[in-house]
Design a protein around this ligand. Structure first.
Ligand code: IMP
Ligand code: MG
Length: 176
């Protein structure tokens, strides 16, 4: 089935920029982050923008977690790579993902970061789709809560495409 981008962005680049700056202030007023863990690949642009709104003493690492492959349906299983390489003992960790959908990726990851000995673990997501949740979890910091649309841009992909779009667009099925 062919999909196409919405003509207008769901969230413009300037809306995102403004909200990311606010999030930076919210996070630094509540929590002194030692280490940011970004979830590849979708969070790479959000992490790059958000860490520049946080104090410059933080460390930044990325891990790979994938539950989607190249389809729009979550497979239900979450694979997390390279967490064991990070020294998390006694650190205040902020886990950053692009979007909270079913909740499987983030809940699995937060659990593993806690088990690895982190002192405090909090989470930030740019987007939240609460209507899709299958696992009971909320992020500590949320950029935007959105309806149940499949979205791309600002790091989020469809089949590895569209990540470089500066704004966020809905992907829709063209009418016949
Ligand atoms: P969850 O484990 O179902 O919460 O899935 C979270 C992951 O699914 C995110 O990190 C994204 O990589 C991917 N995902 C969920 N919804 C979307 C979407 O609308 N567009 C692109 N990727 C999505
Ligand atoms: Mg992802």
């Amino acid at each position: 089935m062919e999909y196409e981008l919405s003509k207008e962005p769901l969230l413009t680049a300037s809306q995102i920029e403004e909200r990311v700056q606010q999030l930076g202030l919210e996070i630094s007023s509540q929590f002194q982050v030692d280490l940011v863990i970004g979830v590849l690949t979708g969070s790479f642009i959000f992490v790059a923008d958000l860490v520049r709104c946080l104090p410059n003493t933080i460390q930044v690492r990325f891990i790979k977690a994938s539950s989607y492959g190249c389809s729009q349906q979550s497979s239900g299983s979450v694979k997390i790579r390279s967490l064991e390489e990070l020294d998390l003992k006694n650190k205040k960790v902020l886990v950053i993902d692009d979007i909270l959908d079913t909740g499987r990726t983030l809940s699995c990851l937060l659990e593993q970061v806690r088990l690895a000995g982190a002192d405090t673990v909090k989470s930030a997501v740019l987007l939240d789709k609460p209507s899709r949740r299958e696992v009971s979890i909320e992020a500590d910091f949320v950029g935007f809560s959105i309806e149940n649309h499949f979205v791309v841009g600002y790091g989020l992909d469809y089949a590895e495409g569209y990540r470089s779009l500066p704004a966020i667009y809905k992907m829709s099925i063209p009418s016949p």
